[in-house]
Design a binder for this molecule. Structure first.
Ligand code: EPZ
Length: 417
């Protein structure tokens, strides 16, 4: 499967943003904690959601899917270990560890291993579960956890505000005995959305979205209906697509406050941004100006998931920009593919130095990972001539029908086998 893109077309128009991948994945894992029905609306149709739904049905959940709604009935499920294939296919399967341990008092997972953007260790997840009373041991790539007497509340301080570890701690402690106090928690909006879902189901989580979160253990959770927040990374990605083509775009059904770290970067590049309560309008200049420095940071800083898209955007800006990746140790694999399109970028450690060029030129490139893959789409939209992007299964993990969205804005993009 490939994308064939003819560049140099100015994108104009408006789109509705899909639901957040990084919100719906922990929420799907959370449905295992509920002996009843969970109805989840605004669920994006992406392959990571398919993988998570497959895991839930492996556990015996009854799943119903309509367009963007997934209903999970986890009333009667039996434990099973998440297959090695699925763990490797989708790292965020590790988010099932907390709920499985909470419900079945034991869990066996193949360790997720590294991926295209780094080693992705799970030490913070495992040390936190130990603090909640679990016995944890890792043997030849498999993680064995058990908590025969159930999980017990504790005080946990994360050495790094890990998103996944914060989510696993919420999932493991909502039904634990006692009150857990978590400090240095991740503050991403997806954490707040997960906590809102769980609180609607009868949990008592106070302070989600702040650095200190209190989880008062509940007896049980009941059926719930929830609408997932919009995907702030997808919203920003499509703003970059319009910006790189000198176009204009109205992003509907988004949460502008989730994009506060992105607006100043686009404004420094010369874009005009207008915020409304649930939409954002962007108008780009003919040519973007360089950005002196972009640093990725935990939320509310500039998101690491936009590091590769913003680098693609700046590859044709006027001047030299510097991007520093502070979250993952190996998130520049896509740069060599961008340079094949005529970009002039060099990487020194965690920093990419981007000498803006007047124009990119179409070429055959391959996606290396989800966000790096979309960085190639952004570059191809701006390039002179035709670009073929292969391995687009990476992109389908997190973006719902991107060729449909981009065509509606005037891009010339086709999905070819
Ligand atoms: C989540 O990954 C997101 N994935 C990532 O999005 C996102 O890039 C990341 O958070 C940061 O915002 C989902 O939500 C499904 P972390 P996660 O734990 O939870 C280190 C995308 O493109 N670390 O906050 O894995 C880790 O190596 C994906 O949508 C440990 O050292 O991120 C990394 O350097 C990519 N030990 C840093 O922390 C641990 O136990 C941040 O990781 C856990 C993490």
């Amino acid at each position: 499967m490939k994308f064939l893109i003819e560049g140099k077309r100015r994108l104009c128009g408006q789109i509705d943003v899909q639901g957040s991948k990084n919100s719906v994945l922990p929420i799907l894992a959370a449905t295992l904690l509920i002996k009843g029905k969970s109805v989840i609306h605004n669920c994006p149709r992406i392959s990571d959601v398919d993988a998570a739904v497959n895991i839930l049905s492996d556990f015996g959940c009854v799943i119903e899917r309509s367009l963007n709604t997934v209903t999970v009935d986890a009333s009667s499920v039996s434990n099973c270990h998440v297959s090695e294939f699925l763990m490797h296919r989708m790292r965020s399967s590790i988010l099932f560890l907390g709920p499985v341990l909470s419900r079945f008092k034991k869990a066996e997972f193949s360790s997720p291993g590294g991926c295209e953007i780094g080693l992705r260790p799970i030490d913070l997840h495992l040390s936190s579960l130990k603090l909640l009373g679990a016995e944890v041991c890792e043997k030849s790539g498999t993680v064995f956890c058990s908590a025969e007497n159930g999980l017990k509340a504790n005080r946990i301080h994360l050495s790094f505000p890990s998103v996944g570890a914060t989510e696993n701690i919420l999932l493991a402690s909502v039904l634990a005995k006692g009150t857990t106090v978590l400090s240095n928690a991740a503050r991403e909006p997806e954490i707040t959305d997960l906590a809102n879902f769980l609180n609607k189901a009868g949990a008592r989580i106070i302070g989600a979205g702040e650095s200190t979160v209190i989880i008062v253990g509940a007896q049980k959770l009941h059926s719930v209906e929830h609408t997932v927040i919009p995907d702030r990374i997808v919203a920003s990605t499509y703003m970059f697509c319009a910006a790189v083509t000198g176009g204009e775009i109205e992003i509907n059904k988004c949460v502008p406050t989730h994009l506060e770290a992105v607006f100043p970067v686009l404004e420094e590049a010369g874009c005009v941004i207008k915020r409304k309560n649930d939409s954002v309008f962007l108008k780009a200049p003919e040519r973007l100006s360089r950005i002196k420095t972009v640093r990725t940071m935990p939320y509310p800083g500039f998101p690491t998931d936009l590091q590769s898209p913003v680098t693609a955007l700046l590859s044709v800006a006027d001047g030299t920009s510097v991007v520093t990746e502070n979250i993952f140790e190996n998130r520049y694999k896509y740069i060599s593919e961008l340079n094949r399109l005529g970009a002039n970028i060099r990487v020194e450690g965690r920093t990419a130095i981007i000498d803006g060029v007047d124009s990119l030129a179409g070429a055959n490139v391959r996606a290396t990972d989800l966000r790096g893959g979309f960085a190639l789409v952004i570059a191809a939209l701006s390039a002179q001539g035709k670009t073929q992007i292969s391995n687009i299964f990476h992109i389908d993990r997190g973006y719902e029908k991107p060729e449909k969205v981009l065509s509606s804005l005037g891009a010339n993009i086709k999905r070819i086998t």
